[in-house]
Design a binder for this molecule. Structure first.
Ligand SMILES: Nc1ncnc2c1ncn2[C@@H]1O[C@H](COP(=O)(O)OP(=O)(O)OP(=O)(O)O)[C@@H](O)[C@H]1O
Ligand SMILES: [Mg+2]
Length: 334
């Protein structure tokens, strides 16, 4: 497998510029590009595939500069956002297509197609047509079609976006399993933060044509550097405070900031410990399956705490009007 590297990439469309000074996807790594619609995820993928030419910058597969190599010669497997299968071809023919193009011998094609269909759990579906398959099955065919050529890089553009939530969850687990099993360098595009957390070795969060944060899922989730990354990955508490002597205070809470002046302190709701006592007023709360989300007033600010019901030190039927809070882990935004 190869390492994929983008260097000094720039691509402009009217009213939009993609700018990636540096992005490295390790050999065998699953890297997710995560971001809102229009932030440049597909464009980045298309540049890696060679379907889009950057205005400037280079694309490397290991040490090989592939910037001017045509897509067909890059040995990549792609599942597009709308994954269209050929409707007039059977499952077998759809998956075999890329191999036919490469003019492989019949019996070798048959072996490889069987291997790919087995991999995605569709053995026995060879003779069906796409319209005779569920959305999830069609998605697997698209995946088999990308994998059958044994690509050195796999590019997946929102491969699950057309499916309902349950199938999405199951298929993403399967994609992850197959990706690890084959050890294939994969770039996965999604705008769904939960999906990104579930499948990725690392996540690159994109915002308006730039990568705003990159890291392992939990590292990014708990220690984002910017407000955009913090909010995009989930429910956040962000407090604008004034730090003195390297410490910012809010009511009974104290945060070590390492610098003075205006700071933004960030923490996730599940890092707010709630105990019997004083210091924070319970404004209101929501009961969720197995959890409780409390809005707490402290020092003129509102923070959100989330606890599992079975670790709450009081009955959910009898939440006190005032509690004491502790923030277990936090970070300071840039
Ligand atoms: N061929 C093109 N010509 C002109 N503008 C384009 C072209 N391709 C993309 N764009 C613009 O570039 C921006 C980024 O598009 P891109 O498809 O990369 O976004 P995306 O992050 O994949 O979004 P989505 O989540 O909606 O798929 C958008 O503003 C889009 O309109
Ligand atoms: Mg897209």
């Amino acid at each position: 497998m190869v390492r994929v590297r983008l260097v000094g990439i720039r691509k402009s469309f009217e009213g939009f510029t993609l700018e990636i000074p540096e992005l490295e996807v390790e050999s065998g790594e699953m890297m997710t590009l995560l971001g809102p619609s229009g932030c440049g995820k597909t464009t980045t993928l298309r540049i890696i595939a060679g379907l889009e030419k950057p205005d400037s910058g280079r694309v490397f597969f290991d040490e090989t500069d592939v910037t001017n190599l045509e897509p067909g010669k890059r040995n990549i497997g792609i599942v597009f956002q709308d994954y269209a299968l050929f409707p007039h071809m059977t499952v077998f023919e759809n998956v075999a297509f890329g191999l036919e193009m490469r003019k492989l011998p019949r019996d070798e094609i048959k072996k490889k197609v069987e291997w790919a269909l087995e991999l995605v759990g569709l053995k026995g579906f060879e003779n069906r047509y796409p319209e005779q398959l569920s959305g999830g099955q069609q998605q697997r065919v698209a995946l088999a079609r990308a994998l059958v050529i044994e690509p050195q890089v796999l590019l997946l553009d929102e491969p699950l976006s057309n499916l309902d939530a349950k199938i999405r969850e199951r298929l993403r687990g399967e994609i992850r399993r197959i990706q690890k099993e084959l050890g294939i360098t994969t770039i996965y595009v999604t705008h769904d933060q939960e999906e990104a957390m579930a499948v990725s070795d690392r996540i690159a969060v994109m915002n308006s044509g730039r990568i705003e944060g990159i890291g392992k899922p939990l590292e990014l989730y708990y220690h984002p550097k910017t407000e955009f990354v913090a909010k995009f990955l989930g429910l956040s508490n962000i407090l604008e405070l004034e730090a003195e002597n390297g410490i910012a205070r809010l009511g009974t809470l104290e945060f070590k900031t390492g610098r003075d002046g205006k700071v933004r302190v960030f923490f996730r709701p599940e890092n707010v410990l709630v105990k019997p006592g004083k210091g924070a007023r319970v404004i209101d709360y929501d009961l969720l399956p197995g959890r409780i989300r409390l809005r707490l007033g402290i020092g003129g600010e509102t923070i959100t705490a989330e606890r599992f019901l079975n670790e709450l030190p009081f009955s959910p039927e009898d939440i006190p009007k005032e509690v004491s809070v502790e923030v277990l882990s936090y970070s300071v935004l840039e």
